[in-house]
Design a protein around this ligand. Structure first.
Ligand code: AMP
Ligand code: MG
Length: 424
């Protein structure tokens, strides 16, 4: 199937055969930014007991019926409850109140809390270590609503009930819920192990000064960072020369050791481009051309059931191809919703941009908010061999297929690389 297809069609073909990887149990903090594979239930009621939302006094609301600033009502303080105290055995009777702190349990008999700001201590208790402590008489200047400023037992979740469901993503608040409900470990989808194979006889390791005709293998590292950024585990393979046997050996090893194989280079129509023929020999080819710039020869298939994505070797083509196809695939494998994409911002071009009237362009640019709305600009050097524009940019400026000239002020779509999928 050598037909060229749209980015959307290609992305759908990549996502279609993928499902979330099996689950694993990980320590609570390892689950950050990952997707729950199993519902989470609580072992206790949260909150575990009725407690005060304010520093003030726990009272019986009926005692303060009609209390105002002008006509306050007074109660006698019979208990002093701090956060962490046990209130078993304490009972607030008619005409009585308990001095209470935020988070402290509400003693029996009390049904409301009045904040300290709405009270005045008339007489301090003789044995009080604090103003308004036990033995004090306090005037209340408002009538509380029944239950006011009390956080009720089980308000967040009841013991045995589900607090989070499979498919939900664990952010910092979710991690807090895990902790509150007694989970020091949790079941989430596994992270994909991603084999990264740079092919090219011109490549040398980055510690080396490249000799004549050679260049450093930068793609292996930018790809590894992209894998980490999406939550995968990069397995960087040694450089593979443009030789079918060497490529075959690397691909077979990768199919054994990884959940997803990403390669760079060797997918064009050059005399030494062996990635596609070896893929066809060992596995299946789904597509090998996408109507986009940079990166027309995007190559997708599978080897021994392991998804395989062959990215072109030009550093920016590699970068864009990963972002458009591999990133969504690795998200789907972690259980994230495949429907979620990077947010898009529509912006006005800050300057003219020319293109060839062929494929869709994904230019590396900057989108920013100005006084007159969002503005997009692209640096003049957009060569796919250069990385600086991508490094400085925060978006892909999308120029649709066909057209040729985009003048200053034209509205263009920008794919926000500085925002996560699912943000709107
Ligand atoms: P290819 O896709 O193999 O035709 O390579 C396209 C261009 O990308 C060539 O100029 C290669 O030298 C360059 N290239 C290929 N692989 C890498 C890599 N791993 N790191 C940096 N540049 C590369
Ligand atoms: Mg090459």
């Amino acid at each position: 199937m050598a037909r060229s297809m749209s980015v959307e069609e290609a992305r759908n073909l990549v996502l279609e055969p993928l499902s979330a990887l099996p689950a694993e149990e990980v320590a609570i903090l390892e689950s950050f930014n990952r997707v729950l594979a199993k519902d989470v239930a609580s072992d206790i009621d949260v909150a575990p007991f009725d407690n005060s939302a304010m520093d003030g006094f726990a009272v019986r609301a009926a005692d303060l019926a009609g209390a105002t600033m002008e006509a306050p009502r007074s109660l006698e303080v019979v208990a002093h409850v701090a956060a962490g105290d046990d209130v078993a055995g304490i009972e607030i009777g008619p005409g009585q109140a308990a001095r209470i702190m935020t988070g402290a349990p509400v003693p029996a008999g009390a049904d409301s809390v009045v904040m300290v700001e709405c009270t005045q201590v008339l007489a301090d208790g003789t044995n009080s270590d604090t103003s308004g402590g036990i033995g004090s008489v306090v005037a209340f200047e408002i009538e509380p609503k029944l239950g006011e400023h009390i956080r009720h037992r089980g308000e967040e979740v009841m013991a045995g009930d589900t607090v989070m469901r499979a498919g939900e993503v664990l952010g910092p608040a979710g991690i807090g819920l895990l902790a509150a409900t007694g989970h020091s470990a949790v079941v989430v989808h596994r992270r994909p192990r991603v084999a990264i194979i740079s092919t090219g006889s011109e490549l040398v390791e980055i510690a080396e000064k490249p000799g004549p005709g050679k260049i450093r293998n930068s793609n292996s590292y930018s790809l590894a960072a992209q894998v980490v950024a999406v939550g995968g585990i990069p397995l960087r393979f040694p450089i593979v020369i443009d030789d079918p046997d060497a490529i075959r050996e690397a691909f077979l090893r990768a199919a054994k050791e990884s959940d997803f194989i990403v390669t760079s280079g060797g997918v064009s129509v050059g005399d030494f481009d062996y990635v596609r023929p070896v893929l066809e020999e060992l596995g299946e080819l789904t597509f090998c051309k996408v109507m986009m710039r940079p990166g027309n020869p995007q190559t997708f298939g599978s080897i021994r059931g392991v998804p395989f994505f062959g990215l072109p070797g030009n550093p920016t083509s590699t970068y864009v191809g990963f972002e458009m196809f591999v990133r969504p695939a690795l998200r789907a494998m972690q259980g994230f919703s495949a429907a979620e994409q990077r947010p898009r911002t529509w912006a006005r071009l800050a300057h003219d941009v020319k293109k060839k009237p062929d494929r869709r362009y994904y230019l590396r640019g900057v989108v920013e908010r100005t006084e007159s709305g969002y503005e997009a600009s692209v640096p003049c050097s957009q060569s796919s061999a250069l990385l600086t524009a991508a490094h400085k940019g925060n978006c892909f400026v999308v120029l649709p297929e066909g057209e040729r000239m985009f003048t200053t002020g034209t509205l263009v779509e920008c794919v926000r690389l500085d925002m996560e999928e699912g943000v709107s």
